[in-house]
Design a protein around this ligand. Structure first.
Ligand code: SF4
Length: 246
């Protein structure tokens, strides 16, 4: 077993195994660093940059979810510079994305005194709700592009590869190949993506129908009929609508 290393985080010395990240080291001593794309069940990818910290001797801020803890490292997790970056990221997200059902992000916004009007007037992302299967709905107006759903759909859990990024820049969305309906993708409705989504962009169909004011009887009837159609399609692929060539 390799020797532990020692580093200092916010004036506290911590000992960790050499392969630990700065985020893991901070968590070990009870220092809470905000995250968004990070999830313990997925591979860290440092997309969101909410977890950046200041490391003495480093010019740039460091994403703590992927950066390894180093021996003798001196880390500051909440300097004015770090706070400003986190606040700006959250303000930019709030300016264009519906975060009304993202409780963790809302807590970060309160913690960092986010001004949600700072970028008011910016273009908002408002794609239509995708209700194309009996199991879950996709409301990408709430999607922060954290990539967790794509990761669990792929190598981190399910090996299904039904979804991925689509588009570029502001138009980037999570989608299926060639934007086909989810029923025509490789999705097996495992629900892993719903389990890791931090914003409720992905939601169980029955929960969503309940919010739309349907009674329990109506919901069960609606989803039962949809499921039956879905199962017969899976059993007899020739009943699927003809695919257009992209
Ligand atoms: S749908 Fe949810 S999990 Fe997937 S990228 Fe968007 S916010 Fe993240």
């Amino acid at each position: 077993m390799s020797e532990p290393i020692f580093l200092t985080i916010d004036d506290t010395v911590v000992s960790v195994e050499p392969e630990a990240t700065i985020l893991q080291a901070a968590t070990r001593i009870g220092i809470r660093i905000p995250t968004m794309c990070y999830h313990k069940a997925t591979t860290s990818c440092a997309i969101c940059r909410l977890c950046v910290v200041e490391v003495e001797g480093s010019r740039a801020l460091i994403p703590s979810c992927v950066a390894s803890a180093g021996p003798g490292m001196v880390v500051h997790t909440r300097t004015a510079r770090v706070e400003r970056v986190r606040r700006t990221i959250l303000e930019m997200l709030a300016s264009s994305i519906d975060l009304s059902e993202a409780p963790e992000l809302q807590a970060h916004m309160r913690d960092y005194s986010v001004d949600i009007t700072r970028y008011s007037g910016c273009q908002r992302r408002c794609p239509p709700i995708l209700d194309d299967n009996p199991m879950y709905i996709r409301d990408y107006a709430k999607c922060v592009l954290c990539w967790r759903c794509v990761q669990v759909c792929a190598e981190d859990a399910q090996y299904t590869y039904a979804i991925n990024f689509s588009g570029r820049g502001f138009e980037t969305l999570i989608s299926t190949f060639y934007d086909r309906p989810i029923m025509e993708s490789t999705c097996v409705f495992c629900g892993q993506c719903l389990g890791v989504c931090p914003t409720n962009a992905l939601k169980p169909k029955r929960e969503w129908l309940l919010e739309q004011g349907q009674s329990l009887d109506e919901i069960i009837e609606t989803t039962r009929i949809e499921k039956r159609t879905c199962m017969s399609r899976l059993a007899d692929p020739s009943s699927e609508p003809e695919r257009k060539q992209p």
